[in-house]
Design a protein around this ligand. Structure first.
Ligand SMILES: NC(=O)c1ccc[n+]([C@@H]2O[C@H](COP(=O)([O-])OP(=O)(O)OC[C@H]3O[C@@H](n4cnc5c(N)ncnc54)[C@H](OP(=O)(O)O)[C@@H]3O)[C@@H](O)[C@H]2O)c1
Length: 332
């Protein structure tokens, strides 16, 4: 690999196996207000898999560089930039599955030098989704119940941790016992295994949730809604079943439930710079205190990207699958 070339992962068609690790020219040196970031670790999220399959909310034409998250180190900074080479940063724009990017310095979040790099690589999407869904959708007070499904996901683990930081009571629904054990070990107060066949999950002592967070869709949405108080809110933010969320007319009309969607990309477009800055400042602080984060199942070097994607698409993982580049010099 010459100094003037980098590797990137490219989606070459519509499908999880339509991938190539290509060699490209390195990005241009940073101009005024810009930085070049050597990406060290990038994340594979369900949204990336949907995008590879052409099933996401946005569908860039192939070939394109996928990826929405990652962490890197500044290797060069343009004039008038206060960030310095060596600083650890999280780029906010997408197309992260590459070894190097040059971008405006205002589009990176600076991170402490001693940050946990795995957790930093996973900071942008899932912890923010957890925090924003708990703070910006319905007004919740300490002691209120929130119920969520697919709770062993990275979003779910962060909902448990952010919920604890906010004083909320979190009820977790998962589809298998192994996932339940992992969440109990994390300190989750209530964990319910629901394979979709028995009675719908319910909270202890007849309590009802003010908010339900549904990442599955289909019948799972309705099962979650059974634990929500009348006039409560069900938020669908993922389609892990591949089906649209479903609520009965009884829930919508007679119980007055609200069903709404959440997409972090829309939140970025509408929340305003002050709120976005506040959310990431809070998350960086909590990350430093070890109060948020999610498990990692495996690391793969960039040249094994196809194996990494296949692993990320498997059921029953014990955490995220991360891809490391030649700039990641730590243990992996
Ligand atoms: N709307 C937004 O802005 C936004 C932002 C971030 C994430 N998301 C969505 O949030 C969801 C979780 O993302 P993540 O990155 O946290 O996931 P993740 O860590 O990769 O984990 C995926 C989880 O989904 C579970 N799962 C998969 N298919 C399922 C099904 N049909 N029924 C029940 N559980 C199922 C898996 O359970 P097993 O362990 O049992 O396989 C696993 O716990 C995804 O749908 C993602 O697209 C949305």
């Amino acid at each position: 690999m010459s100094e003037n070339t980098i590797r990137a992962i490219e989606a070459t068609g519509n499908g999880l196996t339509e991938l190539a690790v290509t060699t490209k020219s390195a990005p241009a040196a940073p101009g005024p207000g810009e930085v070049t970031v050597d990406m060290m670790i990038v994340t594979i999220n369900p949204a990336d898999l949907l995008m590879l399959e052409g099933r996401y909310g946005v569908r860039p034409p192939a070939p394109f560089v996928p990826g929405s998250e990652g962490v890197g180190r500044i290797s060069a900074a343009g004039p008038d930039v206060t960030l310095r080479p060596g600083d650890i940063v999280m780029p906010m724009p997408g197309n992260t599955w590459t070894e190097q990017v040059t971008l405006p310095a205002r589009h990176v979040v600076p991170l402490p030098a001693n940050v946990d790099l795995d957790q930093a690589a996973m900071l942008k999407a899932n912890p923010a989704t957890a925090l924003v869904m708990l703070e910006d959708i319905v007004p919740l007070q300490a002691g209120d119940w929130v119920i969520l499904n697919a709770a062993n996901s990275a979003v779910g683990q962060n909902v448990v941790k952010v919920g604890a930081a906010l004083g909320l009571r979190i009820a977790c629904v998962v589809r298998r016992e192994g996932a339940a054990q992992a969440l109990r070990a994390l300190g989750a107060e209530v964990v319910i295994v629901d394979d979709g066949t028995g009675p719908a999950p319910c909270l202890p002592d007849g309590a009802k949730a003010r908010l339900a967070l549904d990442a599955i869709g289909g019948a799972a949405t309705e099962r979650l809604a059974a634990a929500v108080a009348d006039r409560g809110t069900v938020v669908n933010y993922g389609l892990l079943s591949g089906e649209s969320p479903r609520l009965s007319a009884h829930d919508l009309v007679f119980r007055g439930l609200t069903l709404r969607g959440f997409w972090l990309a829309s939140w970025f477009a509408t929340a305003g710079p002050a709120r976005i800055k506040q959310v990431y400042a809070q998350l960086v602080a909590w990350l430093g205190e070890g109060r948020i984060g999610a498990k990692v199942d495996a690391h793969y070097p960039i040249e094994r990207a196809a194996e990494a994607v296949a692993h990320a698409a498997r059921e029953g993982r014990d955490g995220k699958v991360l891809i490391t580049t030649r700039f990641h010099t730590g243990p992996a």
